[in-house]
Design a protein. Structure first.
Length: 562
């Protein structure tokens, strides 16, 4: 969790549980957590909340946190997602040292534990079809029905299971099921499947295995193998907890444990105007609705990184929202608040014009260029200064001039002088218009004694605007991102609607802009503030020959401050 916020870490319930365990004799250095992503997609902000907790609890106590990939379903798993996940976790500042594991590391051990259950009469090979399996399992409040193969002889189940491993049967022919309780009020305890046949290439084991363990079986036993003490997961797994304990307690793994792993559940992150289902995010990628997993509109960490969000902002956000047992909707504005607060401290200030209006300085020599000193970041003196050019022809924002202004309009008007950022005080002379009466060019004068922006006679200038020197202006493209969805709560899709019906058609708008020369050297991913506009960062995937900046967040904070 963030170390430099200056705040005392709040006592959430998981912290309290660990503190109680330590008070009851657990050595703090034995606190052992894990972050167990499935390598079938990229991590999003909800995963960041989870692994900030996993790594944070270990770090706070001097313990350890493993990175373990739960790669038990080869359908959509891929090494590229393994690499992307590791990059994201490192980007947020966490390290698992030499503790990088895969559930597939334990396939042989898991298989032997499954045979143990068969030999103990606690598992059997079932021939029910998926439809029959669901029918026999029953529904909440009504007991299930035992499979006709529930009492299959141990030797027969063992033989079939070994033949399943040998690849003798087609997908779906058999499953291995735990024999628990078909009358349990918890559907997950009604003889759940342990292994299924899936003849697919695995990203690590290749074609060695054609049967794969189910998540519930592999996850808890992997925790036990690794010596995990606190298995932290989201609330939807609360009903899986009895099964988590059953598998550990009914296999020989229990005899090897120094500390019995315990599962604790917390509320997942639901963010307004944001889809947090990885399956649906994958659908957006596969259907080319977005430009890949790292599209800056996506809630993925790779998308946020490309958009210019900072690791510290994300960690501060995760710390602020805390850990609870209650599902709720967190406002996207809160995340943007933390992004903005961090960028304000770190972003280099630069000038860019989005809607240019040419201005000719009548009392400025044709060939003269004045290189003025400009502050890179008023919040950070160590950021230094840069030189910006001023010449006879400049561009200002069209909205920074009005012929007939309303009250409290303090920018350039026929009657109002204005200060040019870092340069001179400028006064309006006349406007050139086209045949339709539209202003196409302004003619102004500057007070040559006001270099740096200060009036020599002490007169008060209320307005300050930015500008770009016309001969030095560079062309660039700004990509303006907004919310990907128009519906605030994307966890509640109306009947008859598809989640894509709520896509925001204005979530990505491209605009040609003019930029100051220093922006030519901006590094991809470097935080920038375009003065009086928004925070931007140079795109890491800009087309050859183009300069592209992605908007991170607006300058104005819409989230109410405490």
């Amino acid at each position: 969790m963030p170390e430099d916020t200056g705040k005392t870490n709040p006592k959430h319930f998981i912290r309290q549980i660990i503190a109680e365990d330590i008070a009851n004799g657990l050595d703090p250095k034995d606190v052992h957590t894990r972050f167990p992503p499935e390598p079938n997609g990229c991590l999003h902000i909800g995963h960041a909340k989870a692994f900030c907790l996993d790594f944070g609890m270990a770090l706070e106590n001097g313990g350890k946190c493993n990175l373990r990939f739960d790669d038990t379903n080869p359908t959509k798993e891929d090494t590229r997602f393994v690499d992307a996940i590791k990059e994201d976790v490192h980007w947020l500042g966490f390290d698992w040292e030499d503790r990088e594991y895969f559930a597939s590391d334990y396939f042989e051990k898991l298989y032997s534990l499954a045979e143990e259950l068969i030999l103990a009469g606690k598992a059997y090979v079932c021939t029910l079809s998926p439809e029959e399996f669901k029918e026999y399992r029953g529904v909440p409040g009504k007991p299930g029905k035992e499979s006709p193969w529930r009492n299959r002889p141990i030797e027969e189940s063992l033989d079939l299971f070994r033949r399943m491993r040998a690849g003798e049967f087609e997908d779906g022919k058999y499953v291995l099921r735990a024999k628990i309780d078909m009358n349990s009020p918890n559907l997950h305890m009604r003889d759940p499947a342990i292994y299924r046949i899936k003849k697919m290439h695995h990203h690590r084991t290749g074609d060695k295995w054609c049967i794969f363990p189910m998540y519930d079986f592999a996850h808890c036993l992997s925790d036990a193998i690794e010596g995990i003490t606190h298995s932290l997961c989201t609330l939807e797994f609360e009903v899986h907890r009895p099964l988590y304990d059953w598998f550990i307690d009914n296999t020989s793994i229990i005899k090897t444990l120094k500390v019995h792993p315990r599962q604790y559940e917390f509320a997942r992150l639901n963010l307004s105007y944001t889809m947090m289902s990885k399956r649906k995010l994958q659908q957006l990628v596969e259907e080319n609705v977005v430009d890949g997993w790292d599209d800056p509109r996506m809630p993925t960490l790779s998308g946020m990184r490309r958009r210019g969000y900072t690791p510290q902002a994300i960690k501060d956000f995760c710390e602020e929202i805390g850990i609870t047992k209650f599902n709720s909707l967190t406002q996207l504005d809160l995340l943007e608040h933390f992004v903005r607060a961090d960028l304000n401290k770190t972003a280099l200030r630069r000038m860019a014009v989005f809607d240019p209006l040419e201005v000719e300085i009548e009392n400025w020599p044709e060939d003269k260029v004045d290189w003025l000193e400009a502050v890179n970041n008023p919040e950070d003196a160590s950021a230094g200064t840069r030189k910006v050019p001023f010449s006879k022809s400049i561009y200002i924002e069209r909205g920074d001039f009005m012929e007939n202004p309303p009250k409290k309009y303090f920018r350039l008007t026929p009657d109002n002088e204005v200060r040019l950022r870092y340069a001179y005080i400028m006064k309006f002379s006349r406007a050139e218009k086209d045949e339709n009466g539209n202003i196409v060019k302004l003619y102004c004068t500057i007070d040559e004694q006001s270099r740096g922006g200060n009036a020599p006679d002490g007169r008060r200038i209320k307005g300050t605007i930015h500008y770009i020197s016309k001969p030095h202006a560079l062309k660039a493209k700004a990509v303006l991102f907004d919310k990907l969805f128009t519906k605030e709560d994307m966890t509640e899709i109306e009947e008859g609607k598809d989640f894509k019906d709520y896509l925001n058609p204005q979530s990505k708008v491209e605009k040609d802009i003019l930029i100051e020369p220093a922006l030519k050297d901006a590094k991809p991913g470097e935080p920038l503030q375009f003065e009086r506009n928004a925070y931007f960062t140079r795109d890491t995937k800009e087309p050859a020959g183009q300069i592209v900046f992605n908007r991170s967040v607006a300058l104005k904070d819409s989230f109410p401050k405490a």
